[in-house]
Write a protein that binds this ligand. Sequence first.
Ligand SMILES: *[C@@H]1O[C@H](CO)[C@@H](O)[C@H](O)[C@H]1NC(C)=O
Ligand SMILES: *[C@@H]1O[C@H](CO)[C@@H](O)[C@H](O)[C@H]1NC(C)=O
Ligand SMILES: *[C@@H]1O[C@H](CO)[C@@H](O)[C@H](O)[C@H]1NC(C)=O
Ligand SMILES: *[C@@H]1O[C@H](CO)[C@@H](O)[C@H](O)[C@H]1NC(C)=O
Ligand SMILES: *[C@@H]1O[C@H](CO)[C@@H](O)[C@H](O)[C@H]1NC(C)=O
Ligand SMILES: *[C@@H]1O[C@H](CO)[C@@H](O)[C@H](O)[C@H]1NC(C)=O
Ligand SMILES: *[C@@H]1O[C@H](CO)[C@@H](O)[C@H](O)[C@H]1NC(C)=O
Ligand SMILES: [Zn+2]
Length: 346
Amino acid sequence: MQAFQLVVLLSVFVRCCLCNGTLSLFGDYHREHLPVQLSLNESQEDGNLLLPFNTTRVSGSPEALGIQQFILDHFTTGLQNNWTVEQDNFQENGYNFTNLVFTLDTARSDANKNGTKYILFAAHYDTLVNPAGFIGAVDSAASCAILMYLAQFLDTLAYEDRELLQQTILGGEYGVKIVFFDGEEAIEEWTATDSIYGSRHLAAQWLEDGTMEQIELFVLLDLLGGATTKQVPRWKIKSYYKEAHRHYQQLSKIEDAYLADPATPFSKKELFPSDVLYMMMGRVLIEDDHVPFYNASVPILHLIPFPFPETWHTIGDTFDTLDEAEIQRWAVLLSEFAVDTMAGPQ
Ligand SMILES: *[C@@H]1O[C@H](CO)[C@@H](O)[C@H](O)[C@H]1NC(C)=O
Ligand SMILES: *[C@@H]1O[C@H](CO)[C@@H](O)[C@H](O)[C@H]1NC(C)=O
Ligand SMILES: *[C@@H]1O[C@H](CO)[C@@H](O)[C@H](O)[C@H]1NC(C)=O
Ligand SMILES: *[C@@H]1O[C@H](CO)[C@@H](O)[C@H](O)[C@H]1NC(C)=O
Ligand SMILES: *[C@@H]1O[C@H](CO)[C@@H](O)[C@H](O)[C@H]1NC(C)=O
Ligand SMILES: *[C@@H]1O[C@H](CO)[C@@H](O)[C@H](O)[C@H]1NC(C)=O
Ligand SMILES: *[C@@H]1O[C@H](CO)[C@@H](O)[C@H](O)[C@H]1NC(C)=O
Ligand SMILES: [Zn+2]
């Protein structure tokens, strides 16, 4: 297993916490960084990637511009490698929108001779205009913070020892793109033209400039990180698209290994690979930022619980309803998943 090899190579830096040979999570790295970077403790401000999102983020507003700057600073000055930074600015419906696109080229130079291919991870950072004061903690502050953590994790792996890593993700099949979409939410009411402003704009651009053909897989995070309740005893993230079902299965295996670790605070799965009902329907049942990419035949792994959290699109979607452990769970699973997928088929 690729990730296992990586752990052996970097045994000083990370050590697996699941040493029974099947999977390795980068235990020491996460133990060191998660409590600080994905913390809900208000006294823990330094290096915190989550708390800055505890604000409204209406497209084009001063708060949204502040969050854009926070994200940009993370990638340009916080990280060690040279991420390519692109800002996709445009106006529509009287609003200013900005997608933020970050690329790390880690693929082997001879991989994919027709041009580098990428695994794309994305979430949206904007929030609803109404109700006024809507924070969007699960929608999608937590997902954005998880992506920032993932970026830092991959950046650290790629930086620590480029030579050793030639055999692993740096010498793998795929690079990575991380996208923060603006304008996912409708301004008035969800229609084809009043929603997913950012992803529609970026997809149109990528169809034109050929980038779309370079996207091997699109992993979309949404509504993650909420606390479960009596009504929702645990989250269920379905496999929605058969084109990405093998990736769903792969993530589920990582989840199994994670749950088997005595140190994890959870025992229940959220992924159910045998539950193929949605996938078999073969169409879009939950509209989100993936739709324009789905229409362009990109395989989609949509990580969204269904049913949605009870606080969805209510003023109650606040940081009080987030679950730190749940957020950290996704950060760990996606870190491992990214390394595995970027390495390419084994
Ligand atoms: C989020 O912001 C609200 C309003 O400013 C504040 O009351 C709350 O304590 C903050 N939550 C966290 C976890 O920082
Ligand atoms: C929050 O962080 C502060 C400062 O690091 C620490 O002293 C405190 O114990 C933490 N609170 C909780 C509930 O973990
Ligand atoms: C980042 O880019 C600068 C300028 O192009 C270069 O000097 C530096 O070596 C690069 N750093 C890494 C880690 O690739
Ligand atoms: C959009 O941005 C432009 C240039 O940055 C600015 O002049 C304009 O006032 C903004 N429009 C809105 C509606 O915020
Ligand atoms: C490269 O592109 C050509 C022409 O589109 C195609 O036939 C070939 O399979 C591609 N090779 C790879 C490795 O993707
Ligand atoms: C790894 O550990 C898990 C949980 O303890 C166990 O279910 C699984 O069978 C073990 N795998 C191997 C190969 O030992
Ligand atoms: C995607 O395709 C469907 C079906 O052809 C179409 O109705 C929809 O408008 C398209 N959406 C986007 C955002 O491309
Ligand atoms: Zn929403």
